[in-house]
Write a protein that binds this ligand. Structure first.
Ligand code: G6P
Length: 614
């Protein structure tokens, strides 16, 4: 997703800005740009490129294009194709005002019409360019810079974070935030600005997170912060010791394969971390014994892979805690009737802690005084700051766009939490709590062993064979149905093969018409005997219609194993953890197919890792 990085201060900025953009590169983007005011003439200098930052790097590394104030951007297209014209910065008519922006200006069409009719000429299809032209107008009609900015932010609708650099004001920068994240790192006679503090980690540990609906005029040694009505705000900078470690692939061919193999460790680190939290857990979660006693309902929301983890976790909370649990897709949840329930626990699940849809759902719930706990991998994320409590997964930085180890760490967190709540409610005893923790560790072992068992077969034979198919169907029942959804997403994301998931029982109600020899059907088994029998009937129905069946079956499930054209045998684990045990092999299978097809696996086309627009 779009990232913005800016600098004003005592040093030349090009190196920091390109390095900052590079650190945020994993979030996904399709073009990049850099602008600064020349160190001597204070004239605007800029360069933009399509594709990766390295292209921009090459373009400007040999040029004398540097200054003490500057900004950079990586763009994930929303309005307009990826191109040099649409890359940021965007400018006003005079190229006096430069803007780098993350978010969406929702009323851009209306504003563009007004600006065009007053003589402004646009050079891009972006909504961002509107900001520059609008400010150009407002600077003419207002007496002060601040008054123009107040008018500007009140005219822009949507969710956005942007940095503005103006040639006529070479000693200051403007940073604006409405809903999208942005923060300022305060240094010694220098300010670092970025959508994510990782961009300036190791430079300073004093961080000012802009409050929602605020703007600042910053100089190298001062920050004036205002709300959208122009009222000065006083917000303390926080001390955050974020460290940047250059994450390497080491001996792996991609980050995704490295992260697939890191899952065993991610699960055990997460379990051990929670064990060590012991009694402080309730402080982190912000829950009181009283609240847990009265808890009668759980609602979980998220997007993409996190939503799938939540859907699997529904079975954990309902079976282990005996609490009715509803799962919501965050992008839909916000626009559905909402019935706040003070005795309900709301959980937001998000690897990044920044996904706009999930964040907005969280805000909706907290604004109605309901309790939200966020389960995330990023301690410094907006969701951790805005939720009432948090539970951190210990997957470590995940770089590949497609989630792997975050997913297994989320399942671990959710399974552990459901047991911890059950223990608190006296539904399970301490011994059962310990069994739950060791079941997770056993499962981590099974996850890795199954990859090892099938690694060579998949690499040498199956990846090639299955990469020739143009569509796949993934099915499951009960707890394996949301897992089938995640498997279909994984294959789609990285191989671009069309994949559809269905609950196995629904096949016969329509989608069975799709079955033919050219559409492999991947079936994910379960460890519940009754549901297994039903699933087996579905497998027979598929074979009776000459479907090509690939089964993920558990070791004792002979009938399914014999029926399938290709079987992957998974060791028996705790039945609720069956999806976790299958996770590694499922991801590995999808990965090798994508690799055979020569895809850009770590950064698949069109995708972003941190989706900060709705
Ligand atoms: C994007 C990513 C997905 C991810 C989803 C939710 O769409 O491409 O891989 O599952 O966002 O992200 P989150 O950070 O909230 O888990």
């Amino acid at each position: 997703m779009c990232s913005v990085v800016g600098y004003i201060g005592k040093s030349l900025c090009k190196g920091f800005i390109l390095e900052g953009l590079k650190r945020l590169e994993y979030r996904g983007y399709d073009s990049a740009g850099f602008a600064c005011l020349d160190s001597e003439s204070k004239r605007l200098l800029y360069a933009k490129s399509e594709g990766k930052i390295d292209v921009l790097y090459q373009k400007i590394s040999s040029q004398a294009l540097d200054g003490y104030i500057g900004m950079g951007h990586t763009r994930w297209s929303t309005h307009g194709v990826p191109s040099i014209e649409n890359a940021h910065p965007q400018f006003d008519c005079q190229k006096n005002i430069s803007i780098v922006h993350n978010g969406i200006i929702e009323n851009h069409t209306e504003l563009k019409n007004i600006l065009e009719s007053s003589g402004h000429t646009f050079h891009s299809d972006t909504d961002t360019e509107i900001i520059a032209h609008l400010l150009e107008n407002l600077l003419l009609s207002h007496q002060t810079f601040k008054a123009a900015l107040i008018d500007l932010v009140n005219k822009l609708e949507g969710a956005y974070a942007f940095i503005c650099m103006i040639q006529n004001f070479p000693n200051e920068m403007v940073v604006v935030r409405k809903r999208s994240p942005i923060c300022i790192g305060i240094g010694d006679n220098e300010m670092f600005i970025a959508s994510d503090l990782l961009a300036f980690a190791n430079k300073t540990n004093k961080v000012l997170f802009l409050p929602d609906e605020s703007f600042t005029i910053i100089k190298k040694d001062s920050i004036q912060l205002y709300d959208f009505s122009g009222k000065p705000l006083i917000v303390e900078a926080q001390e955050i010791n974020a460290y940047w470690q250059n994450i390497e692939k080491n001996d792996h061919e991609s980050f995704m394969i490295k992260e697939i193999y890191e899952q065993k460790n991610a699960i055990s680190k997460t379990v051990n971390f929670y064990k060590d939290l012991s009694t402080t857990i309730w402080d982190n979660l912000g829950l009181s014994p009283e609240f847990i006693k009265n808890l009668n309902n759980i609602n979980i929301f998220g997007c993409g892979t996190s939503w799938h983890a939540a859907k699997i976790a529904q079975f954990f909370f309902e079976k282990i805690c005996l609490i009715p649990t509803n799962i919501h897709l965050a992008s839909e949840f916000r626009y559905m009737p909402f019935f706040p329930d003070k005795n309900s626990l709301y959980l937001s699940v998000s690897q990044s802690g920044e996904t706009a849809d999930t964040l907005e759902a969280l805000r909706m719930v907290t604004s109605l005084n309901c309790h939200v706990i966020t389960i995330t991998n990023i301690a410094s994320s907006t969701m951790v700051r805005e939720a009432n409590g948090f539970l951190l997964t210990q997957a470590g930085p995940e770089i590949a766009v497609a989630s792997t180890k975050s997913f297994s760490a989320q399942l671990t967190a959710l399974y552990w939490l459901s047991n911890r709540l059950a223990f608190e409610k006296n539904i399970i005893n301490l011994n059962q709590m310990h069994v739950a923790e060791s079941d997770l560790l056993i499962c981590a072992e099974a996850l890795e062993n199954t990859i090892e068992n099938y690694k060579l077969l998949i690499i040498n034979e199956l990846a090639k064979k299955y990469s020739l198919y143009r569509k796949f169907i993934f099915i499951g029942r009960n707890i394996s149905y949301p897992f089938a959804m995640e498997a279909a997403l994984k294959l789609k994301e990285i191989s671009y093969i069309f994949a559809q998931s269905y609950p196995a029982g629904e096949l016969k109600h329509g989608s069975i018409a799709l079955i033919d020899e050219n559409t492999p059907i991947v079936i994910f088994s379960v460890l519940d005997d009754i549901i297994y029998q039903k699933l087996l009937s579905n497998a027979h129905e598929i074979k009776a219609r000459k479907g090509h069946l690939i089964a993920f079956a558990f070791e004792h499930q002979k009938e399914l194993i014999n029926l399938a054209d290709q079987t992957f045998i998974i060791p028996k684990v705790n039945p609720l953890l069956a999806p976790l045990a299958m996770t590694g092999l499922m991801q590995f299978f999808a990965y090798q197919i994508a690799k055979t097809l020569g895809r850009n696996i770590d950064q698949p086309r069109n995708l972003a890792k941190s989706v900060t627009v709705e």
